[in-house]
Structures are given as C-alpha cells and as structure tokens.
Design a protein around this ligand. Structure first.
Ligand code: AMP
Ligand code: GLY
Length: 426
C-alpha cells in the first residue's frame, strides 16, 4: 500500500521513516518533503502545496491513506475535502481543528467543559486590552487568536512588553491571526506534551514527551518551535497521566462529540504542571509536535499503519500501541538567525555518517542541482538517538551531532536536563 504524508518538516520525516518500515507499505510519498525524505529508502517526495494538489496526488497515485503533519492544511479543510472524495485521511475536520486554529475558540470550549486552563479574556479592541493588562499586572501572556506559525505567543514579564504585544498584534503585525488577542494568566511549572490519537470517540495515548521551547541553554532566550525533545517525560508519572486523561483529554473528546464536531486526528495538549502536580492546559494542537514526534517515532514498536487504520475506522479501542522501553532524545540543529529570519543555502556535511540507534531527521533542507544538501529553513535537522538511559541517549545524540556541520549552526547543549539527575550525582 502507498501512504501519503503531507508536510516538509522533521516531524514528517520521522512519520514517513516509521511508516516506511511497515511490511504492508510499498512506498511512502511525502509532499512536499525535504532533502532528507527524498534521500531515504522507501520514501519519495512529490511536489504539492495546496489541498487541491494533494487531493489530485492521492487520487492519481492511488494512495491508501493520508496523514497530515502541519496545522495549516487542517485549518483549510483538507480532511473534509478528502472525505468528500471518499479518501482515507487521518486528521481533524476544519471545524474540529479550531481547537488549534483559534485560541479564543479553545479557551471558550475549555471553560464550557470545565477543562483546567489559565484564566483569560479575549479582545479585539486595544483600549479594553490595555486596561485588562493594567488591572491584572505582569507577568501576563498575550496570544494571537489565529495561527501564527509559532510567533503568536508573548510571555510578557513586564507590563510594557504586554502593552507592546497588544499594539503589535492588533495593529496587524501577524496579519489576520492577531486581529483578536487572548490575554491570559501566567502559569508556572513544568511543561509536557501530551499527545493522543483520537477516532471521534476513542483515545489512544502516545508515549509522553517534553519539548524545549527556548533557543538557549537553561531555557533562556526567545521562544522557538522547539529545540529538542525526549520521550518518555518522567514528569508525567502514571498518576498524573491518569489525571490528564480524566481532566483534559477525555472531556475534550467528549465535548467535541457533544457539540457536533467529533474530533479525529492527533490531539496534542500542551500541559503546565505546577509545583503541586496540578495540570492545566496551555494550548491544544491538532497535530503531532515537532520535534516531539522524532523521539516518539523512534520508540514506536507497533506497525504505525495499523494504528492509523484503526483511527480512521473508529476502532482505536481495540488496539494498543507498543513502545520501546528505552529513552529517546532529539537534538535540533537550527540555522543562523533562527527563530528570526534564518540564513539559507549553507552546505551541510556529515549527513552520510551512520551510528547505531541514531536517526537524523531533516527539516529545513533542500537538495541543489549538484546534489548537495543545503539549509533552507530555521530548524534544519534533529539528531535523534535511543538508548537504555536518557543519559546514554543524550550522549549518543550529541556525539553524532558533532559529525554534522553547516555554517552558523545553533544547538542547545542541555536537551533533557529536567529529566537527568543533577550533574555529578550519577
Ligand atoms: P502555546 O503556543 O500556547 O503553547 O504557547 C507557547 C509557549 O508559551 C508555551 O509552550 C509556554 O512555554 C508559553 N506559555 C503559553 N501560555 C502560557 C501561560 N499561560 N503561562 C506561562 N507560559 C505560557
Ligand atoms: N514542539 C511544539 C509544537 O510542535 O507545537
């Protein structure tokens, strides 16, 4: 069978890599893909940028099922379009993807269903937003309502930053995405990425993971799309896992069904766990995380196509996912300038070196006509390794990363730090 993966990032490379290992799969098409997917065995890139192009590809190539990586095509209604054409696709409908596509929708939904989250208010008018900020003080968090490619959240530690963010967003700095803002209470604690597969009714949790959103070591510097991730995340203890399922995931899936927009697809709750161990929802994403997918896919032992099939058929309750008990970690190498405007066109060397239990998932890369792999985006690749302990996995990933070079590369040296014992004690 042929499987189509939509997207071009490290998440899509990891999904395609895992899917290509299924004995049932003859080939994986990635559209548009990157230099890494085009150079991988069993995977082929195919040009496509729009929902109608992807529909044509799925029909012409006789694709058995389609998996969508990024949020934008979901918000544009790719799932509705494919279903109307009788094609099998895994993802939320346009209506259900509002859980990610509108922060205001998600917030009101959580309030309606008693799902724990930060207190918030929505504004489309600057004066009222400014007075709300003055009333509540800093730190405070300003979020653009719509999709803003990871640039829509400002965690303002000072009042002035909050006021500036409101003026910028409502003033059009993010286009239509910022014409409404959600202003919410600042939460403290440790974040985890809680990702599940949903078939409209039943839920299959994936392995737990944790991302590193800040650019620099020690969680300093600007927010990014994610500089590294690991799985499992020990902060999500079995009892906390149960609590997040009961208080966040189950009511979300039940609430969406009750409101006539049943949720199908990956559902990612970004959760903040406070010092008392109480989880609150920071955000919903209607897709898998990037780079969380990379370590999660390393650990998946089940045939992923079987899980996807059950998810599309509404029978997720009849299966379980099998995970490697080892620890996996992914270290992102990003281009100079990221998370601002990344420099492109730097030649990447060392991609052909191999280490056991290491996979290099590419993201912002492209192939030149001379066959060289060059940088073409902010996050360039993610060196992902798996070993018995997190410490060993981390060592393996960093050792392998030393063999990969491009000018201006940026990487954190402390991925996984929250889950490792204090240095010197192990
Ligand atoms: P989001 O896209 O909503 O996950 O926001 C991006 C990042 O901003 C999150 O991963 C958090 O690190 C941070 N953030 C979002 N909301 C809050 C909040 N209410 N309190 C503290 N930090 C937040
Ligand atoms: N790594 C965070 C995200 O994918 O949203």
């Amino acid at each position: 069978m042929k499987i189509l993966v939509i997207g071009s990032g490290g998440r899509e490379h990891a999904l395609a890599w895992r899917i290509s290992q299924s004995k049932r799969v003859s080939s994986v098409l990635v559209s548009p893909g990157n230099a890494g997917t085009t150079r991988s065995e069993g995977i082929r890139n195919i040009q496509g940028q729009t929902v109608s192009e992807w529909l044509r590809i799925a029909q012409e190539e006789n694709v058995y099922l389609t998996v969508v990586g990024p949020e934008a095509p979901l918000s544009e209604g790719i799932v509705d379009t494919f279903r109307a054409a009788g094609l099998r696709i895994f993802g939320p409908t346009q209506a259900a993807s509002q859980l990610e596509g509108s922060k205001d929708f998600a917030k009101q939904f959580m309030v309606r269903h008693g799902i724990p989250t930060a207190r918030a208010a929505t504004f489309n008018e600057a004066a009222a937003a400014h007075s709300y900020i003055d009333q509540h003080g800093a730190p405070i968090v300003i979020k653009a309502d719509g999709l803003a490619a990871g640039k829509g959240v400002v965690v303002a530690m000072r009042l002035q930053e909050a006021h500036d963010a409101v003026d910028a967003m409502l003033g059009g700095s993010l286009g239509g995405a910022g014409h409404r803002v959600v202003i919410e209470e600042f939460l403290t604690g440790e974040e985890a990425s809680f990702i599940v597969m949903v078939d409209g009714k039943h839920i299959l949790p994936l392995a737990t993971s944790q991302d590193h959103k800040r650019l620099l070591d020690g969680d300093q510097g600007p927010n990014t799309g994610g500089m590294g991730a690991y799985s499992p995340a020990p902060v999500v203890t079995p009892s906390l896992h149960g609590r997040i399922m009961r208080e966040i995931i189950v009511p979300t899936v039940a609430g969406m069904a009750a409101e006539g927009t049943p949720y199908t697809g990956f559902l990612y709750a970004g959760v903040m766990i406070d010092a008392q161990g109480i989880p609150k929802t920071l955000e919903f994403n209607c897709r898998m995380g990037d780079p969380e997918t990379q370590p999660i896919m390393m650990r998946l032992k089940s045939d992923f196509t079987v899980l996807l099939e059950h998810a599309i058929d509404g029978t997720l309750n009849t299966i379980e996912a099998e995970w490697d008990l080892k620890n996996a970690i992914g270290v992102v190498m990003a281009a100079e300038g990221y998370p601002g405007t990344p420099r492109k066109g730097d030649v990447i060397t060392g991609l052909d070196s191999k280490s056991e239990n290491v996979e290099v998932f590419q993201a912002g890369t492209s192939l030149t006509s001379e066959g060289e792999v060059v940088t073409s985006g902010g996050r360039v690749l993610c060196v992902t390794a798996m070993a018995h302990t997190l410490k060993q996995a981390r060592q393996l990933a960093y050792t392998h990363a030393e063999q990969i070079h491009f000018n201006g590369a940026q990487q954190r040296s402390d991925i996984g730090w929250r889950a490792l014992p204090v240095s010197g004690q192990h």
